[in-house]
Ligand binder design. Structure first.
Ligand code: CP
Length: 317
């Protein structure tokens, strides 16, 4: 088995089946610290650097919380405008990470350019974790989602998935790559202008992913054990910041999960995931139904980042 120590986490395309389970085993071991709101000293001599060139609530703070739970330290930036990368100099990724590598032991990077964390990994002597790159990938989010499925359903293999939303989303790419390692048929539901790209579909076929596409969630929700939702009312992920001007628009019924839809069409033991933030694709009255698992997903986001940091920094093998 490849060691995680010193390894970059850039894509789930790199992940082998047993490596998912290794991350989840370590997450199980570290979970009690997060659950009991306790800190340990496992990474007391290590520092996490957060390099966020795009807004984030969950990914940055879950990594930071994970590092604190493991007794480590955190430094970094949450707005590149306050660094030389975001002012007159437009400092390059290379020059920036050639500095950051001396400030800590692992870097988590979010960037509006697809491939930016890969570029950072070329130059940094410390591991890089991809915290979301443009429309590229979001590996730690999907590790969190799979861990949530394992926690909630007791298994991953044999479950049927539906993924609803904008298929250009980085989470959707990481999800599709991840499911190639499991026995999990999936149906993708997206607006035509946000559907899976032909070249990506070709790649998924080569990896033997069992997938199909549907136009309306009502066509496939009845079969689903796991319903994963992302917005279709979206910002532009290739921008460093996309402010909302005026009315953002509403989610069409095809891509919306309502309480009525769940109670009339979904399996009674299906689970509903959303990486958040959301628009109106899951109304707030769904939160209290038995299907919703997005708050558990948020908690697991800390636990999975604890596992990854412990593995990458060699504290767990
Ligand atoms: N799920 C997720 O990536 O959220 P943030 O954009 O808040 O990090």
């Amino acid at each position: 088995m490849r060691s995680f120590a010193g390894r970059d986490i850039l894509s789930l395309k790199d992940f082998e089946r047993h490596e998912f389970f290794r991350v989840f085993d370590v997450a199980d071991k570290l979970r009690p610290f997060a659950y009991n709101r306790q800190n340990t000293d496992l990474l007391q001599h290590k520092t996490l650097v957060t390099a966020f060139y795009q807004p984030s609530t969950r990914t940055r703070l879950a990594h930071e919380a994970a590092m604190h739970r493991l007794g480590g330290h955190v430094t970094g930036f949450s707005d590149a405008k306050m660094t030389r990368a975001g002012d007159f100099y437009q400092e390059s990724i290379k020059d920036t990470v050639k500095m950051l590598e001396f400030y800590g032991d692992v870097i988590v990077m979010r960037h509006f350019q697809q491939g930016a964390p890969h570029e950072a990994a070329k130059w940094a002597s410390i591991p890089i974790i991809n915290g979301g790159d443009g429309w590229g990938e979001h590996p730690t989010q999907i590790l969190t989602d799979l861990y949530t499925v394992l926690q909630e359903k007791g298994r991953i293999d044999g479950l049927k998935w539906v993924a609803v939303g904008d298929m250009r989303m980085r989470t959707m790419h990481s999800l599709a790559y991840a499911l190639t390692q499991f026995d999990c048929p999936i149906t993708f539901v997206a607006p035509p202008d946000m559907s899976l790209k032909p070249e990506f579909k070709e790649e998924l076929k080569q990896y033997s992913l069992n997938f199909k596409e549907a136009e309306h969630i009502e066509q496939c929700i009845a079969d689903a054990d796991v319903i994963l939702v992302e917005p279709v009312v979206q910002p532009d992920y290739t921008k460093s910041r996309d402010e909302r001007s005026g009315d953002a628009g509403l989610t069409p019924a095809n891509y919306k999960i309502t309480r009525e839809l769940l109670s009339t069409k979904a399996k009674s033991d299906a689970i509903l995931l959303h990486s958040l933030p959301r628009m109106d694709e899951i109304p707030a009255d769904v939160d209290i139904t038995r299907w919703s698992r997005y708050w558990q997903e948020a908690f697991n986001g800390v636990v999975v980042r604890m596992s990854l940091l412990a593995l990458i920094l060699g504290a767990m093998e």
